[in-house]
Design a protein around this ligand. Structure first.
Ligand SMILES: NC(=O)c1ccc[n+]([C@@H]2O[C@H](COP(=O)([O-])OP(=O)(O)OC[C@H]3O[C@@H](n4cnc5c(N)ncnc54)[C@H](OP(=O)(O)O)[C@@H]3O)[C@@H](O)[C@H]2O)c1
Length: 259
C-alpha cells in the first residue's frame, strides 16, 4: 500500500521511504541499532554506521541493502570518533542514535565513576555529536534526529538512577533541540523502548528478578525490529509534523493495570 501525503505542496509517493537520505546510525553493531540499520537501508537510505566492535559492525554492513554505506569504528564518548562521523559525508538527513549502555546499580552503590559513565555514553556522546553536526551545519533542512532513550527515563525503576537519569537528560535535550531547530524544519524526537530482546537485556537478565519484570509486558518482550520500525517512521516524512515527542514502544508495559 502506498500512502500519499502532501510534502510542501509536492505529492510524495511513499511517506515512509528513506530513499536518497543519508543517515547516521550509532550502535549499529548490535541489537536495536543493527535492526535499525538494516531497515533504513531497505527503505533506501545511505548510512554512516558506528560501533566499537569492528567485526560485528562488518557483519551488519555486509548484510545491508544498497551500497555506498560507510562504517566508522570507535568509541562515541571520544571526540575524534564523533568528528570522523561528522566528516564522513558532506551533509546528513538524519540521525538514529541507538548506542547506549545499561547497568543496574542501587544508588547506595552507584559511585561517581558509574554515574559519569552512564552520562558520558548515554547523554553526552549523542548530544555532543548533535551539537557538532549543528555547529558545522551538516544537517540538511528537514533532517530528523531520533534518540533512543528508555521507558526507564520516566518509570525510574529500582537500581536505575544512573541509567534512567542519563536517558531523562537525553529526552530533555531532545525537546529543547526541537524548539531551537524548528525554524529549519529539523525535528528531534525520542523512542523509549521497554524490554527488548538484545545482548543488553541478556546482560541485565542475569540479575535477580529481571525475568519477572519482563513478563509483566502485556505484549511480551519486544524484538529489535519492532523498535527499528518506529525509528524509521520518525526518520521519514510520514512523521513530518511530529517533533519534541517521545514515542513509547514498550508492548504496553508503561501503564500499569492491577485487576
Ligand atoms: N534492550 C532493551 O531492553 C532496551 C530498553 C530500553 C532502551 N534501550 C536502549 O536501546 C539502545 C540500544 O540498546 P540495545 O539493547 O540494542 O543494546 P546492545 O545490543 O548492547 O547494543 C548497544 C550498542 O551501543 C554501542 N555502544 C555502547 N557503548 C558505546 C560507545 N561508548 N561508543 C560507541 N558505541 C557504543 C554498542 O557498540 P559495540 O557493541 O560495538 O561496542 C552496540 O552497538 C540503547 O541506547 C539502550 O539504552 C534498550
Amino acid at each position: 500500500m502506498t500512502l500519499l501525503i502532501e510534502a510542501r505542496g509536492v505529492a510524495s509517493t511513499s511517506a515512509f521511504s528513506l530513499e536518497g537520505r543519508v543517515i547516521i546510525v550509532t550502535g549499529a553493531s548490535s541489537g536495536i541499532g543493527a535492526a535499525t540499520a538494516k531497515l533504513c537501508a531497505e527503505l533506501g537510505a545511505r548510512l554512516v554506521l558506528n560501533g566499537r566492535d569492528a567485526d560485528r559492525l562488518d557483519v551488519v554492513v555486509e548484510s545491508l541493502a544498497g551500497d555506498g554505506h560507510i562504517r566508522i569504528v570507535g568509541d562515541l564518548s571520544l571526540g575524534e570518533t564523533r568528528e570522523a562521523l561528522i566528516e564522513a559525508v558532506p551533509f546528513y538527513d538524519g540521525l538514529a542514535s541507538c548506542a547506549g549502555i545499561a547497568a543496574l546499580v542501587p544508588l547506595r552503590m552507584a559511585n561517581e565513576a558509574h554515574l559519569q559513565k552512564m552520562l558520558s555514553v548515554n547523554y553526552l556522546a549523542p548530544i555532543s555529536l548533535t551539537q557538532r553536526l549543528l555547529y558545522k551545519k551538516r544537517l540538511r533542512n528537514d533532517a530528523s534526529l531520533v534518540f533512543v532513550t528508555a521507558l526507564s527515563a520516566r518509570a525510574a525503576p529500582q537500581a536505575a538512577a544512573g541509567y534512567a537519569a542519563s536517558k531523562a537528560a537525553l529526552e530533555a535535550a531532545s525537546r529543547t533541540l526541537a524548539l531551537e531547530q524548528a525554524k529549519f524544519r529539523i525535528r528531534s524526537n525520542c523512542i523509549a523502548p521497554g524490554y527488548v530482546e538484545t545482548p543488553m537485556l541478556q546482560g541485565l537478565g542475569a540479575q535477580a528478578g529481571m525475568e519477572d519484570k519482563i513478563n509483566l509486558t502485556p505484549l511480551g518482550r519486544l524484538d529489535p525490529t519492532d523498535v527499528a520500525s518506529s525509528i524509521c517512521f520518525l526518520l521519514s516524512s510520514a512523521s513530518r509534523w511530529i517533533t519534541r515527542a517521545t514515542l513509547t514502544v514498550d508492548g504496553g508495559l508503561g501503564i500499569p493495570m492491577r485487576v
